[in-house]
Structure formats: C-alpha cells, structure tokens
Ligand binder design. Structure first.
Ligand code: GLU
Length: 282
C-alpha cells in the first residue's frame, strides 16, 4: 500500500549510447507527468548488459539531463549494483517451481523454429519453442553441475495458471487484459548476467515505489510480462503510461546509432534546452 503514498515516475535509460531526441522526449514526458501527479521523478540506470554499458555514457546521461533542466533524488539506482537482490527474487520464483533452466543456443533455437513453420511469434520474433521445458530435471541438474551455461526461463503457462486473469491500467488506453503468452517463456536470468530486463525492472519498479510506470509504447508488450511477475512476487500494481515514440523526418524511430541527433551534438551546435523542448513539441 505504501507505494501510493509517494507518487513517482521514472526514467530508466541504458547507458549504451548518448541520449538523443527520443530520450529527451521521454524524460520530459515523465518529468511533466510526475509534476502533474505531484510526485517524484526518479532516474534509474539500467546497465545490466556489461558489453554495451559504458561509464562514459552513464556520466553523459547525468550531464545531458541536467542540461535539460531535470532534477532527481540521489542516490540513483544502478542495476548492476543489485544482482544479488534480483537473485533473491529469482530464487523465490525457482522455489515456486515456476522456472526452468534453458541450455539452448540462439542457433539451436533458430533451427527449431525453422522446423516449425507455424511457430508462434511475439514482438521480438518467434517465441522460444520450449525445448528445455520438458528436460528431465535429473539431466538438467547434471548439466548444471558439469558447468554448462544456461539461462533461466519463466514457465509462463504455470505462471498464468497461478495468477489467473490479470489486467493493467494504461492512463491513455484504458484497462488492458494481460496476454501472458504473447512473449512466451521469457528469460529471467541470462546466460551471461544473473538477471534480465523483465526481472530487474519489475523488482526495481516495486522496490522504488513507482506508482506510475512511464515508458515508450515500444515496450507495451513488456507490461504484460511485468504484471505476471508482480503478481507472482506479491508486488503492488502501478498504473502505466506508454508514450508515443518520436520519429525523425523520414518517419523512423530515433536510435542511438543516429549520432547527429544526440543531445550533446545538438548542444554543441548551439541549441538550447528550450529549443530541444520546442522541437519535441510536448
Ligand atoms: N532501459 C530501457 C531502455 O533504455 C527502458 C526500460 C523501461 O522503461 O522499462 O530502453
């Protein structure tokens, strides 16, 4: 219940590139929403990916957001500091029999999907075909004991059976029925990292008492998964806002690879924060 005592939203960038126009759009949107609900705007650094996250990008996030005029409470949560915390929640799901180890390589998954032309697809392509779901637990244990790398997946059918039907409220779209199987048996702990986007975001949003989760509409599908995880872990349910994505003049989403529109390039070119906000058109 106490999550609703302090209304808050968050901006959760990954430090894998410099912030650009699209991020400025998101950050401004969330900060304004926080203002409207009389709550806090939190910043969270989502750096679970050790190969893509760089300290210089993290420093640039602070600098660029300050330049835009945004402020946030310190200390900022950095996900790479919280692996053991995520591990404890993963353990709860494992103890509940809701997970299974997955030894498949990407290549094996691709081959399996290619053999099943009617394999169900989700927002990121074909869903995991469930190859390791029915692996004999003794065999799985032996493979783990032998040091074979593996991910941990959520057994979504069991999870959905346990939660029953769920919904979430999107402040712009209304009440949405959760489709737990739209993304299949998602990864909760990657082979190279002891957590995943879905697990760490669900845990952090709950523990940081985020009452309104704000993010781009490209991540709307993730909310279906997060509602399931929240319910399994006994977390409160925030409300959601999934904002539209800003498009470039060619109608493509702004991306980190488009160096020309990073906030630091715009700043160096003499644009002021007010110019950026005007261009965003919020
Ligand atoms: N870290 C994600 C990103 O940079 C955002 C995740 C979220 O808002 O849930 O795209």
């Amino acid at each position: 219940m106490d999550s609703f005592l302090t209304a808050s939203t968050r901006f959760a960038p990954s430090p894998s590139g410099f912030l650009h126009f699209g991020h400025a759009n998101g950050a401004q949107f969330y900060a304004r929403h926080a203002e409207r609900i009389g709550g806090q705007f939190l910043l969270r650094i989502e750096d679970i990916d050790p190969t893509r996250s760089k300290p210089e990008y993290e420093q640039a996030i602070y600098e660029d957001l300050r330049w835009l005029g945004l402020t946030w409470p310190e200390p900022v949560v950095r996900q790479s500091d919280r692996f053991s915390l995520y591990g404890s929640f993963l353990h709860t799901l494992e103890e509940g029999g809701l997970t299974y180890p997955c030894f498949c390589t990407r290549k094996e998954i691709r081959a399996e999907v290619a053999n099943a032309p009617r394999a169900p697809h989700g927002p990121d392509g074909a869903l995991y075909p469930g190859t390791c779901k029915n692996l004999d637990p003794m065999i799985a244990r032996d493979r783990i004991a032998a040091g074979q790398v593996h991910a941990i997946r959520l057994h979504m059918n069991k999870a959905a059976h346990m939660t029953g039907p769920l919904t979430f409220t999107d402040l712009d779209r209304g009440e949405i029925l959760v489709r737990p199987n739209s993304c299949g048996d998602v990864v909760l702990a990657r082979k190279d990292v002891p957590t995943s986007y879905h697990l760490s975001v669900t845990v952090d949003d709950a523990l940081q008492h985020i009452s309104c989760v704000t993010r781009g509409e490209d991540l709307l599908h993730a909310t279906h998964i997060h509602r399931v995880l929240q319910t399994l872990l006994g977390f409160p349910t925030p409300v959601y806002r999934h904002h539209r994505l800003l498009m470039d003049p060619q109608g493509r989403r702004y991306a980190k690879r488009d160096k020309a529109i990073t906030l630091r390039t715009l700043r160096a070119a003499g644009l002021t924060p007010a110019d950026v906000i005007e261009r965003i058109g919020l």
